[in-house]
Design a protein around this ligand. Structure first.
Ligand SMILES: *Cc1c(COP(=O)(O)O)cnc(C)c1O
Length: 407
């Protein structure tokens, strides 16, 4: 087995941490729609739990088949297996759009539901997909894990599916957060219980810790109106908690784990996460994400050997991240990690059996696509630093490649 290289922590935060920019919604009119406006909601601890609840609510017959895109993460597959259904993978197109012809070819009398994801915040053609499902009597689950914000034809994302799921923790400085949404069915039958005070504490401490790590604490403290004097006591308390980690307090999903844990299916979102999501200045968050995305797109344009996954940022799209396709992925991605550049690799691990024969696009994206943060907690200087690092690394990898070829 290869030894696994360990990388330094990212020099700038991969996702938002507690800071001024995370607050300010009180009394503000929501002009920027979110999945919370899309229908009835239930607030749970993670997106995968929301997927599981959606599948349960559909009451699929035993051995039903659920259509899942070949470009996915395990959070989209594990809940399907947990409910006893069978995942059937379908192709996506190079643009990230689901391939309806391929889906059509995979429909059987057992097909119960279709799961589609708005990759990185870019909406699928929902009116068309909705029509497709209605014509065939198939339920539609809309995966808004990357699309907390956004709308299509004036309708918020999350309102097209029979059920939709979201992962608000990916957009805010919240430790946990999954949302089940339905504009078509009542969620009244879903009973959630608190995960307990230790979990609530963990959610608070984790949010603070992330902020401490990036020196954003002073601002957060002022906002939270905690007397500055408690800062040291709080810090040493957090350190003591760190010395004796209790991994069983929260779902492993939230500590970087990939497993689906049925024990979390009936637990409600932590109170602090609910508050952070409600207090978020949606308009400002959305504008900042679009601005950072555009800055990254411009800064990374014209590098030989790399291109933006999406050519444009249409109106109404609020990106989760900036996805970049890199030819020399095998050398560039580890090099970027060594430099402390924050990066996600959605789809890096595909389910067993999903390969280039099943979907060439997914296999290629799995290997060559990385996502860089464009969240509201970053400064322009930090975005520029990332652009500089990415450019340098890609250009250096091409030069060393050429040298090797000459030698
Ligand atoms: C993150 C994610 C989910 C849900 O994951 P959680 O980590 O459980 O919140 C579902 N679908 C997609 C596309 C995702 O990226």
């Amino acid at each position: 087995m290869n030894s696994i290289e360990t990388y330094p922590p990212p020099r700038v935060p991969l996702r938002p941490v507690l800071a001024c920019a995370e607050f300010g919604n009180r009394g503000q009119v929501h002009r920027c729609p979110t999945v919370l406006d899309a229908g009835e909601i239930a607030q749970v601890t993670s997106g995968r739990v929301a997927v599981a609840l959606a599948l349960t609510a559909l009451k699929l017959p035993p051995h039903a088949e659920v259509l899942i895109p070949a470009f996915h993460c395990s959070s989209m597959v594990e809940p399907v297996i947990w409910t006893g259904a069978r995942p059937v993978f379908f192709r996506i197109k190079p643009t990230g759009a689901v391939d309806l012809e391929d889906i059509q070819a995979r429909i059987t009398p057992r097909t119960g539901a279709l799961l589609v994801a708005h990759y990185f915040g870019f909406p699928q053609d929902m009116p068309r997909i909705r029509q497709f499902c209605d014509a065939r009597g198939i339920a539609l689950i809309e995966d808004c894990a990357h699309a907390f914000f956004g709308s299509v034809g004036g309708r918020p994302l999350g309102s097209f599916g029979d059920y939709a799921c979201a992962s608000p923790w990916k957009f805010f400085s919240a430790y946990d957060g999954g949302t089940l949404i339905s504009s078509r069915h009542s969620l009244g039958q879903i009973r959630l219980v608190s995960a307990g005070w230790r979990y609530e504490m963990k959610a608070v401490i984790n949010a603070l810790e992330q902020s401490f790590d990036y020196g954003r604490l002073p601002i957060a403290q002022a906002i939270l109106r905690w007397p500055l004097r408690t800062k040291d006591a709080l810090l040493s308390w957090v350190k003591r908690r760190r010395a004796q980690p209790s991994p069983d307090i929260g779902p492993s999903a939230l500590d970087g784990g990939f497993a689906f844990e049925p024990a979390w299916v009936d637990k409600s979102m932590s109170l602090i996460s609910k508050a952070l999501i409600r207090l978020a200045p949606n308009e400002r968050v959305a504008d900042t994400r679009r601005r950072h995305y555009t800055r990254l797109a411009e800064g990374l344009r014209d590098i030989p050997g790399a291109r933006a996954f999406q050519r444009e940022l249409p109106q109404g799209v609020i990106p989760h991240v900036f996805p970049l396709f890199v030819d020399a992925a095998d050398t560039v991605f580890p090099a970027l990690r060594r430099r402390g550049v924050p990066m996600l690799r959605f789809g890096e691990w595909l389910w067993e059996g999903v390969d280039e024969t099943l979907c060439p696009t997914s296999a290629s994206l799995s290997r060559h696509l990385a996502q860089f943060p464009c969240h509201q907690g970053l400064t322009d200087d930090e975005i520029d630093w990332m652009i500089g690092q990415i450019r340098e690394t890609i250009i250096a990898s091409r030069q060393s490649n050429n040298i090797q070829r000459v030698a």
